[in-house]
Design a protein around this ligand. Structure first.
Ligand SMILES: [Zn+2]
Length: 337
């Protein structure tokens, strides 16, 4: 069970929320925004727990009472959490979120509704939520959680207290991960460096044995000497499914970023992949700076198109052909197609 005081790296936010709890001046609706995996959802649940705790102290939950326990089990009558059912949050889910609010809390002073991935609401769902927010009931607290606040209706945003969660600094991540996992510091340091400020991502990396990073370096090594057939076959290998492809592409960007850094500065001290210096410096001669910048841009573009539901296999084939040097401007395609 994670309490507000356990949240890592967001001291100002926690102070704001604890201040609201202590004074009783809790907003009717909050929007927690920020990158994935930085602790928005965890903070929302911890805040909900502090609101419904039967023995709150110092602006936080006790962590031991019946109320705290029920939040942890997901069975507290006054705390409901809704996540997208499939790709979108539907109007029926917003109705479910708002159901029974008029009767007031069953156990204490507050009723809390958390909506994860609030940007995924259908227009009908968003309008339905807007109506609920326009007519606030006393004691009801909505917490909308999103990594894409720009995709939430401005009329909804304007009714929420907006709280932005920054990416976590590396030292905050390391400290948090050691506390949560008890893993050795060198492994934690590496996962934190690769995670770009996301605690969730860093924990995934740690538990997944850094397999996306290992696959990324194998693919990059393969692509440096690939012909068209090899590039297409590596793309097929990588197209295992969206959920695994995006972390893989993230790792490829970090790998090329280290090569770029080495080419430009000769410095290995700031490598993200600090444990793979020999592999990276060995590849440095294969790429010019201009080519590395193009590659990083190509990968970012492929990531965006995948987020927009493009065909994974096709997107990766096009990308891997370019990474292997078969771009339209490279001349390598002549005589091949
Ligand atoms: Zn409690």
């Amino acid at each position: 069970m994670i309490l507000l005081r356990d949240i890592i790296g967001h001291d100002e936010i926690i102070k704001t929320l604890q201040g609201a709890l202590a004074s009783g001046r809790v907003a009717h609706a909050y929007l927690f925004s920020g990158p994935r995996g930085v602790g928005k959802h965890t903070t929302a649940v911890a805040f909900a727990r502090a609101l419904v705790c039967l023995r709150p102290a110092g602006g936080d939950a006790c962590g031991e009472c019946d109320g705290c326990g029920k939040v942890d089990l997901g069975i507290h009558p006054d705390v409901r959490i809704i996540r997208p059912g499939g790709a979108t949050v539907k109007i029926s889910q917003i109705r479910e979120l708002a159901a029974g609010l008029q009767f007031g809390p069953a156990t204490g002073r507050w009723t809390v509704r958390i909506l994860d991935e609030a940007d995924a609401m259908t227009p009908e769902a968003a309008n339905s939520l807007l109506k609920t927010l326009e007519d606030p009931l006393p004691g009801v607290v909505f917490i909308l959680v999103t990594a894409r606040p720009q995709a939430v209706l401005p009329t909804i945003l304007s009714r929420c207290q907006h709280i932005y969660f920054h990416p976590l600094g590396k030292s905050g991540l390391v400290q948090g991960m050691i506390r949560i996992t008890g893993a050795p510091e060198d492994k934690v340091q590496l996962a934190a460096a690769l995670a770009g400020g996301s605690l969730g991502k860093a924990l995934d990396l740690l538990s997944g044995g850094l397999s996306a990073r290992d696959r990324a370096c194998r693919l990059i090594a393969g692509l440096t000497a690939a012909d068209v057939e090899d590039a297409l076959s590596l793309a097929g290998e990588a197209a295992a499914g969206k959920e695994e492809v995006l972390p893989l592409l993230d790792m490829m960007v970090l790998w090329f970023r280290d090569i770029l850094l080495y080419n430009e500065t000769g410095d290995t001290g700031s490598f993200v992949n600090a444990d793979r210096q020999i592999d990276i410096t060995g590849l440095a001669g294969c790429y010019t700076t201009g080519r590395l910048l193009d590659i990083i841009e190509d990968i970012e573009r492929a990531k965006n198109s995948l987020t927009a539901s493009a065909n994974v296999q096709l997107a990766l084939e096009a990308l891997f052909l370019r990474l292997a040097g078969f771009g339209p401007e490279s001349g390598r395609l002549e005589g091949v197609i």
